[in-house]
Design a protein around this ligand. Structure first.
Ligand code: GLY
Ligand code: MN
Ligand code: MN
Length: 433
């Protein structure tokens, strides 16, 4: 079940309550994007628009103001077009289905926007949304009188600031949806561990993960599935997936489904033939220790940077212990000697976008974790074939990534249904050979 319309109504009410009197807020849905000639990419709604309406058709526009009923402008019903491209809700059903009291067809968009702006003191829209920006700018051009136009132009504000602050803190209903996104994503990774065979292509293994998501009812991916065998695991966002998987190598899978818009984001790394080699296991244990130490630092009141610093410390100590780095821990941390092998952050906010909205810093200081924030915890080590690492460790890339909600007392891992303990992985793989 998706969220009922009153949830979206209360989100709109909260956003409106944060706006100064006389402000009109405008949020556009995404438009379709052409893939090739007359066929489009699968449509994905704008996350901001989805968050406020739950409406999944393209082209619509939401207009909010504290002292008037919420208003949605939608594609009109058109029986001929609907035969070709699918059913449309149409303005008549907006109120009963979405709980938005006023609705107009897109043919009246300019009139509706002009009327809303005619009495506006301030206009807010998400500055990072091209379509919202274009619609507002075009409406400003239609305003009569230079003085009035100037007045509106100098009273614009970025709605993202308020909207993204709300999106950064997830409600219990959102966390339920994210828990399901985590569960389904975990099933995809388990299926890959069970069904991988040396000789398969990376893309064939990706199809097993994605097939599982679809069979569990998730119609779309949160991002392009990454499957990298051997050295390809050292390419952080490797989406080519053209190579064959070789016995003796590890494979890294970073894949997550979308559930009612919310992203799962899991990475697991495991041996293609079911058994870690000594060198693989030594590095894997370092990454796993870093992840478990970092997870312990995901709790309310700690800085969002703390778990990254913890992961870096454990990874660096591990690289020193394995003689991949030389010198003391303090020195290696000071000079960031780990950077050739660990070049990304240890996590990000997660929600309707895989790299979700919300600030990481305020007044130059990292924010403090709060209950309701959802983050990933994803340390890794990447010792590519061309690296300076001792030969036995070259061509190995490892990342372990889970999705974690900050709770009142600590955290909850949403994605622990897929094993990451190396013996548990080997045992799961053995049981399915
Ligand atoms: N899947 C992208 C990331 O982990 O950030
Ligand atoms: Mn991630
Ligand atoms: Mn990921």
């Amino acid at each position: 079940m998706g969220l009922p319309s009153f949830v979206f109504e209360s989100r709109r009410a909260r956003v409106k309550a944060s706006l100064p009197e006389g402000t009109v807020a405008i949020v556009a849905a995404h438009a379709e994007v052409t893939r090739s000639r007359d066929s489009d990419y699968p449509f994905r709604q704008s996350s901001d628009f989805w968050y406020l309406t739950g409406f999944l058709e393209p082209d619509a526009v939401l207009i909010l103001r504290q002292d008037t009923p919420d208003c949605l402008v939608v594609r009109p019903n058109d029986p001929e077009a609907e035969v070709w491209t699918g059913r449309r809700l149409g303005p008549e059903r907006v109120h009963s289905r979405l709980g938005i009291p006023e609705a107009y067809p897109l043919t009246e968009l300019d009139t509706v926007l002009d009327k809303a702006l005619s009495t506006a003191v301030r206009v807010d829209y998400p500055f990072d949304c091209i379509r919202s920006t274009r619609l507002v700018e075009a409406a400003f051009q239609r305003v009569r009188g230079q003085k009035r136009k100037q007045q509106l132009l100098s009273h614009r504000a970025d709605l993202s600031v308020i909207l993204h602050a709300h999106r950064q803190l997830k409600s219990p209903e959102e966390i339920d949806l994210m828990r399901r996104a985590g569960e389904i994503s975990a099933k995809g990774h388990v299926a890959a561990m069970q069904q991988v065979q040396p000789g398969m292509t990376e893309d064939q293994l990706a199809s097993i993960v994605e097939h599982t998501f679809r069979m569990e009812g998730s119609p779309s991916l949160a991002y392009q599935t990454i499957v990298g065998g051997g050295d390809n695991a050292c390419i952080l966002h490797y989406i080519d997936r053209t190579d064959r998987l070789r016995s003796g190598d590890l494979v890294l899978i970073d894949a997550g489904c979308e559930w009612h818009g919310y992203a799962g984001d899991i990475t697991r790394t495991f041996p293609i033939n079911g058994q870690f080699t000594g060198a693989q296991r030594a590095l894997y244990d370092v990454v796993l220790a870093a992840q478990s130490a970092a997870l312990a630092d995901v709790r309310p009141g700690l800085s969002i940077r703390a778990y990254h610093e913890t992961a870096v410390r454990v990874l660096t100590q591990g690289l020193l212990d394995l003689k991949i780095l030389k010198g003391s821990l303090v020195e290696a941390l000071d000079t960031k000697a780990y950077l050739p092998y660990y070049m990304h952050g240890t996590g990000h906010l997660l929600g309707l976008d895989v790299h979700d909205v919300g600030v990481y810093e305020q007044q130059g200081e990292p924010i403090t974790l709060q209950p309701g924030m959802v983050v990933t915890v994803e340390p890794g080590l990447y010792l590519s074939k061309t690296s300076q690492a001792p030969a036995r460790y070259r061509g190995i890339g490892i990342r372990i990534e889970d999705d974690v909600v900050v709770t009142e007392t600590g955290h909850e891992v949403l994605t622990d249904a897929v094993p990451k303990d190396p013996e548990a992985i080997e045992s799961l793989m053995r049981d399915h050979r």
